[in-house]
Design a protein. Structure first.
Length: 266
């Protein structure tokens, strides 16, 4: 057995599985390493190729291992699945990753910087709060509809509905129902304020041309995707007017109109 040349790293919350082979493909390392000892393990190794599935925390570990001199390649989990042998467990997953990373036809995911992940976090946080606001709006509408109180669809109709919620006597509903409606309405207003704060942060990102330039440097990310990520498209602009490749970012696909084209890997 020779020196380790390629490693498949199956990351997890606490215990990571490592599968390493030499230049001839012979297995050199099969080990389980705790999270606190991962960096020390790779520090003691000579620089090699490390394959990781592009899942939560993968970009963090990619940056950490690259700082130690290793070459790290991230792969979509769906592409690695084809190389899995027998039952699915940590050891077999690491072996599949180790094999997949050496395939010439494999597609890889570019490692995001901290700034790029911060931009995505900003948009995703706003998206989460918007979903919660929609849930509250639907709950308030549904509960008032049980008492025959309805309003037109859309945000204007909902605002009119909130204006009608003055008190149980005016609405003709039991006081217990009015108390629950007030709790939901107050939560809706708090979400509205928090969404406004995030939108102000996104507006600040609009002026960050440096971030947009860095995003465009990622393989497969063009000006349209970079623009969507940093928020240079106004928040209230109909984002369905913007097109993006179907094989692009899942978050971007949810915010834009897909086109029936694919892009080959560089």
């Amino acid at each position: 057995m020779g020196e380790v040349s390629t490693i498949g790293l199956d990351i997890a919350k606490s215990v990571f599985q490592i599968h390493g082979v030499d230049a001839d493909g012979a297995v050199v390392i099969r080990a389980r390493v705790s999270r606190s000892k991962v960096l020390q393990f790779f520090t003691d190794l000579s620089p090699c190729l490390v394959g990781i599935e592009a899942c939560p925390t993968a970009h963090h570990w990619s940056r950490q291992l690259q700082s130690l001199g290793h070459t790290v390649k991230l792969m979509p989990p769906s592409y690695v699945k084809a190389y899995l042998k027998r039952a699915k467990n940590d050891a077999n997953d690491a072996a599949a990753i180790c094999e997949a990373v050496t395939r010439p036809s494999m597609r890889f995911v570019a490692t995001k910087s901290k700034e790029q992940q911060a931009a995505l976090m900003l948009h995703r946080s706003r998206q989460l709060l918007v979903r919660q606001r929609t849930m509250l709006s639907n709950a308030i509408r549904g509960q008032l509809a049980e008492f025959g109180i309805v309003a037109s669809t859309g945000r204007l109709g909902f605002n009119r509905l909130l204006e009608m919620v003055d008190g149980p006597e005016e609405l003709g509903i039991p006081k217990v129902a009015w108390v629950s409606l007030m709790a939901l309405a107050e939560q809706h207003q708090r979400l509205q304020v928090e969404i406004g704060k995030l939108e102000q942060c996104i507006q600040a990102w609009h002026r960050s041309s440096e971030l947009s330039r860095r995003l465009e440097e990622i393989p497969g990310v063009g000006p349209i995707v970079a623009t969507a990520l940093v928020g240079t498209i106004p928040i209230h602009m109909p984002l369905h007017q913007v097109a993006i490749w179907r094989h692009g970012s899942a978050w971007c696909r949810s915010r834009t109109r897909p086109v029936a084209k694919t892009v080959s890997a560089a």
